[in-house]
Ligand binder design. Structure first.
Ligand code: ZN
Length: 548
């Protein structure tokens, strides 16, 4: 690093760089009194130019000797999906800890926090058996009860969208398999499934948003629809339970055999019970509904074996370190959420982030680079239920965001980088409003411009674990990533699998993040912060702070 700063200063002295220190020198009409290079170097502000020797080593390890796909295969093929609280995620966690230890990381351990009960689906089969036989593509919704062994029952199409719909079906659903939502027309697909950002789109993302009059009428209407749906769901659940249905069936938003599957119940055993619920491919959902409207009875056979795992109610975060040298008490941190939904193997969400961040630690360790600050990895669970693992960690170590009472580690923290937006390579960084971070990242990105990493956006991006750090006034960043098939095919679906992950993209991510971490760990000054945010009192489900 030092060597590169010197050479930059020498270039500046030669007039190749126009740093502020040299503007005056150039206007000086007596160049004979030019200062020697050493003195000029002392006056030159410390820059964030990338250490090219380190970059070479990082690239060698991350691009030529990558192990990221092997790591990903263990997290997905062997142990996925990794629903928080499931047996799978625990086994995956044990494997990850062994891998980190095997690469020579120090202080590898789990930190536990309160989650609630676990849940797992152990068997699933769904078939239509009359008027003709055919198998169904389907999945159980998480935290719902299953069937008591195999069941055979008549399917009923009974869309329940508002309370007045209950009267239509009351007394008619006992023991039935009920299709509870209206059929959805499957449209011709016109757009490609996969997409990389164009230059124009990146330029758009880089724009400073200046808000106008608030949400548009469409946004307002959509918010209203969401709110109404959220309020109606528990009423529908109660109706279905009171009626004694055998199973509630929905289709979800996917098509082409892609089924998006999340949760239908609660990890808190004290919450009201829910009926058994499965989601099936929308084309098959539509087929059953059309057959019924053709006047033909449809009989289905289901075997859905779900289990609630009532243990100690804890989940884990995995932590591991590469200790620093003279600034070892300061911490540069990287992380990703380790958990996933359960229908796929949690490959793009977020096996990729976990495998890449593990790979970054391996690359830094294997390349033998010296780092002044300690580098720490955090693999979070409970992200899919609301950033629970990273928030628990931030609260335990840095500050309670409800009071903003700071802990000693807050002062010693440097910067956090997160990956959780799928398999697409890094195209830039969301600055999260941190103006001072812009010029630093601009330098660190330069050697990666030839991989498409070019864009800085002052915007906030949400939805993932960097927010846990940002919320307590620590610099936390998520990268801009190419969307690829994330929204169209993989995000929370049965098609979130290893085969949808792009190896070249993951290698680029590992090289970029390892370089960012190396630069941060050896930077002269600590990473700049935004002003501390005010305390954020906890929101009650009904909205408003406690006591209101
Ligand atoms: Zn997710």
């Amino acid at each position: 690093m030092r060597k590169w700063i010197l050479s930059a200063a020498m270039m500046a002295a030669c007039g190749l760089l126009a740093g502020p220190a040299f503007v005056g020198a150039q206007s000086n009409k007596k160049p004979a009194k030019e200062k020697p290079a050493a003195a000029a170097a002392a006056e030159t502000p410390k820059t964030d130019e990338v250490d090219l020797d380190a970059l070479y080593k990082v690239k060698q390890e991350a691009l030529q000797k990558s192990q990221v796909m092997k790591t990903l295969s263990f997290l997905t093929d062997v142990y996925g999906g990794r629903l928080t609280g499931s047996t799978n995620v625990k086994l995956a966690g044990e494997w990850a800890m062994k891998a980190l230890q095997g690469w020579g990381l120090a202080n590898v351990h789990e930190e536990m926090w309160d989650f609630g009960r676990g849940w797992t689906n152990e068997r699933f089969s769904a078939n239509v058996v009359s008027p003709v036989n055919y198998p169904l593509i389907g999945y159980a919704l998480a935290w719902t009860p299953g069937t008591d062994g195999p069941i055979t029952a008549e399917a009923v199409y009974a869309p329940l969208e508002k309370e007045t719909d209950f009267d239509k079906y009351r007394g008619k659903l006992k023991g039935k398999i009920v299709l509870i939502l209206p059929t959805r027309e499957i449209e011709l697909s016109k757009d490609p499934l996969s997409h990389r950002y164009t230059d124009a789109e990146l330029a758009e993302i880089a724009q400073q948003p200046i808000s106008g009059e608030g949400p548009t009428p469409e946004q307002r209407a959509q918010f209203e629809r969401f709110r109404a749906l959220r309020e109606f769901a528990p009423k529908r659940n109660k109706f279905l339970l009171d009626e004694g249905v055998a199973m509630a069936v929905t289709a979800g938003r996917g098509d082409g055999g892609t089924v998006f599957v999340q949760s239908g119940g609660s990890r808190n055993p004290k919450d009201p019970p829910v009926p058994p619920q499965i989601v099936i491919a929308s084309e098959q959902y539509n087929r059953i509904a059309r057959t019924i409207s053709d006047g033909m009875a449809v009989t289905m056979e289901l075997n859905v074996q779900n289990k609630f795992l009532d243990g100690d109610g804890k989940s884990f975060d995995i932590i591991g370190e590469i200790p620093g040298s003279d600034l070892a008490d300061q911490v540069v941190m990287i992380g990703a959420h380790f958990d996933s939904w359960h229908a796929g193997t949690g490959a793009t969400d977020n096996g990729v982030g976990s495998a890449v961040m593990m790979e970054v630690m391996r690359v830094l360790k294997a390349s033998g680079l010296k780092m002044r600050r300690t580098v720490r990895i955090g693999l979070w669970t409970g992200e899919e239920q609301g950033l629970l693992g990273s928030r628990a960690y931030a609260k335990e170590h840095f500050a309670d965001r409800e009071t903003m009472a700071l802990k000693p580690e807050h002062e010693k923290f440097d910067v956090y980088f997160n990956i959780d937006n799928g398999s697409g390579k890094l195209r830039g960084v969301y600055l999260q409003g941190n103006e001072a971070a812009g010029p630093i990242f601009a330098e660190w990105m330069k050697p990666f411009a030839n991989t498409g990493m070019t864009t800085l956006s002052i915007r906030n991006t949400g939805g993932t674990d960097h927010l846990a750090f940002d919320a307590v006034g620590l610099p936390g960043f998520q990268f801009i990533q190419d969307p690829l098939e994330y929204d169209t095919r993989t995000h929370h679906s049965n098609m979130d699998v290893y085969d949808r992950v792009q190896e070249a993209d993951l290698k680029q991510m590992a090289a970029v993040v390892a370089t960012f971490v190396y630069q941060a760990a050896n930077r002269e000054a600590k990473f700049p912060r935004k002003p501390l945010p005010p305390p954020q009192p906890a929101q009650r489900p009904g909205g408003g702070p406690p006591g209101m």
